[in-house]
Each structure stands twice: as structure tokens, then as C-alpha cells.
Ligand binder design. Sequence first.
Ligand SMILES: [Zn+2]
Length: 76
Amino acid sequence: MSAARISPKRRGEESPEPCLVPGCGALSVRHLALAEAQKGLSGLPKKGHRAPLCRDHYREWKKATKPARALDRLGW
Ligand SMILES: [Zn+2]
């Protein structure tokens, strides 16, 4: 028996890509579809179909795309 070549390819856990936001360069923690990402973040390069985002920019995106909730109108 020879040493098996072990090269586990974990899907979804590949080496982190840098954040797609220009000038950021932080490691990404989330991947969005580029079209989705563009709804909340401007200036994204039109490259490929996925947009890796760092934590900060993901939060920014989330804030920007958060659906307007009616909570405030309920008067709690
Ligand atoms: Zn970023």
C-alpha cells in the first residue's frame, strides 16, 4: 500500500477570498451572488457571479438591504 494522496477538497470551506469591495481587501466571511451584493453595495467590480464580502461589508450590505420593517409603526 502506498501512501494515499490525501487532498481533501472541502466545498464551501476553501481558502478565503479577499473582500470584493474595492480598497478593502479584508478576508471574506460571506459569499453573496454578485447581483445581490450590488443591491446594497455600490462600486463592486463586475467580475464573476459571486461577491465575497468581509464581515464589515457584509454587515453594511445587510443594513442596506434590510427590508423596511413595520415594527416601528406598531407602537411598541
Ligand atoms: Zn470589505
